[in-house]
Unconditional design. Sequence first.
Length: 355
Amino acid sequence: MATLSGAYTETPLHLQYIIPIDFDSVEEVPQSHSWPQSDDESPRRMFNLDGDHFSIPAIDLDSPDAIEMAGHACKIMGIFQVTNHGIPSSLLREVESQAWRFFTLPARAKVKALRSPSGATGYGIARIAPFFNKFMWHEGFTMMGSPLEHAREVWPHGYRKFCEVMEDYQDKMKALSERLLAMILKYLGISEHDVDWPRLRSNACTALQLNSYPRCPDPRQAMGLAPHTDTFLLTILHQNHSAHGLQVHMEGRGWVPVFPMNGALVVNVGDMLHIMSNAMFPSVVHRVIPSENTHRLTVGYFYGPPTDFHVGPIHELTQASGREDAARFRSITVKDYVQMKAENLEKALSMIRIK
């Protein structure tokens, strides 16, 4: 994990891109957080209220067709929801409860867990913030493994429960990620040997992100999380039942909402799976719109290969095309791609694309 943190040392952030505003103290959207709206992004269009309903597929992982359905969803949309995923509902409630415990603290208490300028873990603004002219209506807490270091600063005598829940959640999410990735590779006809599966599993690069989107005085002016793709292989997102606001961009349809589904988890393809699939699976562009009435909470888990793992199109996929030049991306280590993304955001993929 320390190695991944080292990927950010070359791109330290100024404190203005780390410390969130005190959302409890604002009564209107400040100019620093006021985003311009284009004509095609009225609230009706953004929330898909015109009757053109488009649903993200829900896949029962116990279904005999789960592999085919998951692979097809990755190929067509890059996103799906899963049920019968094996994560106890009691644990989902506990992680949500502990997240609320943190985010409902006063701002002066939360900043005790502040992320360092070159760090990867702790409390702060989303790392994509410097790429946009306006700030986002969001605060987050990132952890890689135990959050003990930061939690002890916030609760000197009451940190154990928070740490236990977050560590348990990460363990179970890692197992689910391995299960999902194995299904997706099987859909592609790729064996575990083809991707060095034992090393990928034992040294996977992972992160847990608690996301808070406080109630916003005027959501039409604000952006919860700006459009972006995720960096690693897979992201698994838990949305609380009232957490409306996640949207994905679909070609020909624009922004499509991903409504919370009771007991389901959202799974989306990240850049590294897009690369390994040789662009067969899209890395889905997504964003979050805040709410005037609801404080939105989500918990995201990011799963990727070891930091020294070379990410590139899987050889068996390019070989199947019968062309020597079939690979669409050059190979790059996970650490180098994380650093490239930190420095270039959406341009990172094009920088390793083979023309």
